[in-house]
Design a protein around this ligand. Structure first.
Ligand SMILES: [Zn+2]
Length: 405
């Protein structure tokens, strides 16, 4: 079905805004983008919906490229059976549409359920957001989130585990290099060894597959990974100016997932000793998380947005995505730059900027429409009105939905 959004604010993912624009798209892609102020000859934009044609009045709305969440555990962090993991993965993928997310990177899902769902969506058997999948995370026995990973305790085991993920045709390899807020060991220590990290990154290189690593609060581990050629640092709370500069030099990406530590975990009201420990560990990471974010922004480290959805209390119901963006604003990033991070930069990190991530004629119609102007008030990003994936309307809060069809 063809969709026209008339007279809306268009923000393109590259830092440009058109205050009064029309956008026209269908399942094949974006067919046209027009500035109402331009004298350029424009095709007639229909006034109202008709046969095979949906027309949305865009006044008061902002149209953006679909948001990209680069750090999601779609089935959560618990060890569960394959059917449960598969159903949770699907459910989580669909719920992300409520936050305007049209693409996400899964960074640790048991049984490769993320790979399966990715393929079903790509083939068109199921409608849903685009997925970049890491399959199982590579971790150590008793290490951080071993429940959703493959435990490897020697270099040989690490190589074998990484190659087993390649056989499943994952898009990324996910390494658990240090302890975390959740789990047994301290967040400040190496878990995978230097030799294992190097070996896994080499497997990634051999299969032209990028690598991302959970690196919480260990400076040496983060530095080691950056120098070893890791593609993307996750969390990276040990960041200081020197490390940020090193990441700039190496072109290393950064997905801070600040929201999980700064906003979600602190709201937990502990009801048992384990939860008490969790809150304490989150509190210990907070100041470092805040400094890391500010430092990376100031140094100009390449950043994309990730929420760590799937961690307890982090999900679309807690507005994790918009809260992550608001933390970037609080740490000194310009609003337009934040929207670029949420869209085009995310696509660049995931290697799909040729097909999505910006409002560009010919690209896939992955489109999010929010109420209000996020350049004036970023929080309005939480008022998602429509989410389109590949031109299909998969989520809406339009009261007059029947009229919009
Ligand atoms: Zn995570």
């Amino acid at each position: 079905m063809e969709t026209w959004i008339r007279d809306a604010r268009l923000i393109d993912g590259w830092g440009h805004v058109t205050e009064h624009g029309d956008i026209w798209f269908d399942e094949q892609g974006i067919k046209g983008i027009y500035d109402r102020k331009s004298s350029k000859e424009q095709p007639h934009c229909p006034e109202s919906s008709g046969e095979g044609q949906r027309v949305i009045n865009g006044q008061g709305l902002t149209v953006l490229p679909g948001f990209i969440d680069c750090h999601v555990h779609p089935a959560g962090l618990q060890a569960e059976d394959e059917q449960t993991v598969t159903l949770k993965t699907y459910n989580s993928a669909m719920s992300l549409l409520r936050s305007g997310i049209t693409t996400f990177r899964s960074v640790g899902t048991r049984f490769g359920a993320d790979v399966t769902l990715r393929d079903l969506i790509d083939r068109g058997d199921i409608k849903g957001p685009r997925i970049k999948a890491s399959g199982e995370a590579l971790c150590i026995t008793a290490g951080h989130v071993e429940e959703i990973g493959i435990c490897c305790d020697t270099v040989g085991e690490a190589v074998k585990a990484a190659r087993s993920q390649m056989r499943k045709r994952v898009d990324w390899l996910k390494l658990m290099c240090t302890g975390g807020v959740i789990g047994i060991g301290p967040a400040t220590e190496f878990q995978l060894s230097r030799e294992q990290i190097e070996a896994i990154i080499s497997v990634g290189r051999a299969f032209a597959t990028p690598t991302c690593a959970h690196l919480l609060m260990n400076y040496e581990a983060t530095k080691f990974c950056v120098e070893a050629g890791l593609t993307c640092v996750e969390h990276g709370y040990a960041m200081d100016e020197t490390l940020a500069q090193l990441m700039v030099q190496h072109g290393t990406w950064y997905v801070p997932t600040a929201v999980v530590t700064l906003m979600e975990m602190i709201h937990i009201k502990p009801s048992n000793a384990r939860e008490e420990e969790l809150v304490e560990r989150a509190a210990a990471a907070q100041e470092k998380a805040r400094i890391a974010l500010r430092t990376a922004i100031k140094a100009g480290v390449r950043m994309a947005v990730g929420t760590d959805t799937g961690c307890p209390y982090t999900n679309p119901d807690t507005y994790a995505y918009v809260n992550e963006l608001l933390l970037y604003e609080g740490a000194g990033m310009d609003r337009m730059e934040i929207l670029n991070c949420a869209t085009e930069k995310g696509a660049e990190l995931l290697g799909i900027s040729d097909i999505t991530g910006s409002l560009t004629e010919g690209k896939c119609a992955d489109i999010t429409v929010v109420e209000g102007n996020p350049l004036e008030d970023l929080a309005c990003v939480k008022d998602v009105r429509y989410t389109f994936c590949k031109g299909d309307l998969l989520y809406h809060t339009c009261q007059a939905f029947q009229a919009c069809r």
